[in-house]
Each structure stands twice: as C-alpha cells, then as structure tokens.
Design a protein around this ligand. Structure first.
Ligand code: KIV
Length: 255
C-alpha cells in the first residue's frame, strides 16, 4: 500500500513524535518529483523563485500569476509531500485579498499557504485559517521587507526583537498556524521558540535546534554560483558541473 499523503496535520504531529522535518523549495515538476522521491515531507513553492528562477533582485516583484504558474508545475508531480505556497508581496494586505489569493493558490494545487509576519498580519492569518486553508507562519527576517529594512539582517539580537518574536509566534500558534518558518533568527531565540511552541519551528539560518530545517534547493545544490550565503554551504557544485558538461557537448558538436 502506498504511504499516506502528508498533510499539514502530519507535519505538525512530527514535532510531538520528536521527528525532525527536512523541507526544501520546489518550483517545478522535476524538482518536486525528485525531492518527493527522496522523501522530503514538506515542499515549499517559495517566492524565492523571484530571485532563483526569474532573476529579480529580491522577492517583492513576484506576482500571484508567477506563483500560480509554479505551484501548478510543482503540483503536477502529485507528491506525497505537503505542497505549501508563498503568498507574494502585496497579496495579503487585507483580509479579503488574503483569503481570495490563498484560495487561488489552493486552486492551483497548493495544500497550504505561507505569509510573512506575525501580529501585524493576524487578521489576515485568522481569515485564511477560518476559510479552511492550512497556514504556515514565517517570522524573523522577512524577505518581502528587504527594501524597507535595507538588507537581510539577523533577528532576535536585542531584547525588543526577542520579545517581538515570542509575541508574534504565540499569536500565530493561537490563530492556528501548523508550523512556523524562522528565517535568520539567532540560534538562542530559535531554540527558545522551539521549546516554547507546540507547533514545529522550521529554521533557515536559525541554528541547529529548530524542529526542522528548510533551504532554497538551488542554494543547496550550488546552482547559483554568483553569490554565497552564510547559512548554506552547497553540497553539490551543480553550476560547475553543468558548465563542464555543456562545454564538452558544445565542443563535440563543433568538432
Ligand atoms: O521563499 C522561500 O523560499 C522561503 C524560504 C526561504 C523559507 O520563504
């Protein structure tokens, strides 16, 4: 019998069983299928696709149409994994737009949505969850705020940020988030949140003590050699290997 489909509830239950949660981004059919075949339980069609697939300088230009296009492609892999999708910048400013756009992502094939923020987007989060859509939180460094913040800064270094993270996480849990991504949160605060919250924390650049870890897959595979990140050391030099194979093939054609 095939293993049962992974749901938001299954991801939540992994924490109670003490199981770690490996999560990765997938933006298309082959990547979703490959990651699913390896048994990654949570696939995120992240708005990071704006940077790693579409070539934008940050995630703020990603549209609902971009997200729907990539969610459809990833969902066609019919993975056993839970497919979560990012709500793009400016698409959840009101309760009405949040629910309408979350539904569009579900219709495209997502099984959960993620949006960035805590108490400042709580009415939108409550409205999404009340409409029956599983919600994945995202706290810490919020890439959709990179222009206001002037860069990607680690969060939780001072007491006001620490307290804000605790209050935001508590609010998301109370609203019904099934897990929370912690991006660039100090390892000390990420550990405290992991011990405090009943739902899984999934860290990215937030130290080793979260319940799960998520990475942008092209960063893990070394597909983007034009920048390097502190929190991820590529495990493969895919860009170099692709260049070498293509060069060899090009030369064989030219010869
Ligand atoms: O967009 C994305 O890929 C994300 C991950 C970095 C968590 O939000």
């Amino acid at each position: 019998m095939p293993a049962p489909k992974i749901t938001a509830e299954s991801i939540r239950a992994m924490k109670a069983r003490g199981e770690k949660i490996p999560a990765l981004t997938a933006y298309d059919f082959p990547m979703a299928r490959l990651l699913d075949e390896v048994g990654i339980p949570l696939l995120l069609v992240g708005d990071s696709l704006g940077m790693v697939v579409l070539g934008y300088p940050d995630t703020t230009r990603v549209t609902m149409a971009d997200m729907e296009h990539h969610v459809r492609a990833a969902a066609r892999a019919k993975p056993r994994a839970l497919v979560a999708a990012d709500m793009p910048y400016g698409c959840y400013d009101t309760m009405e737009s949040a629910v309408a756009n979350a539904k569009r992502l579900i219709l495209a094939g997502a099984e959960a949505v993620k949006a960035e923020g805590g108490r400042e987007i709580l009415p939108q989060v409550q409205a999404i969850i009340s409409s029956g859509i599983p919600f994945l939180g995202h706290l810490g460094m919020l890439p959709q705020h990179v222009l206001e913040e002037g860069g990607y800064h680690v969060k939780g270094k001072n007491e006001p940020e620490h307290q804000a993270l605790l209050a935001d996480a508590d609010a998301l849990v109370k609203a019904g988030a099934f897990a929370i991504v912690l991006e660039l949160v100090t390892p000390r605060v990420a550990k405290e949140l992991t011990q405090r919250l009943p739902v899984p924390t999934i860290g990215i650049g937030a130290g080793p003590d979260c319940d799960g870890q998520i990475l942008v897959t092209p960063d893990l595979l070394g597909m983007l050699p034009w920048y390097s990140l502190k929190h991820v050391k590529p495990k493969l030099n895919a860009a170099e290997q692709m260049r070498a194979v293509v060069k060899e093939w090009k030369e064989s054609v030219e010869a």
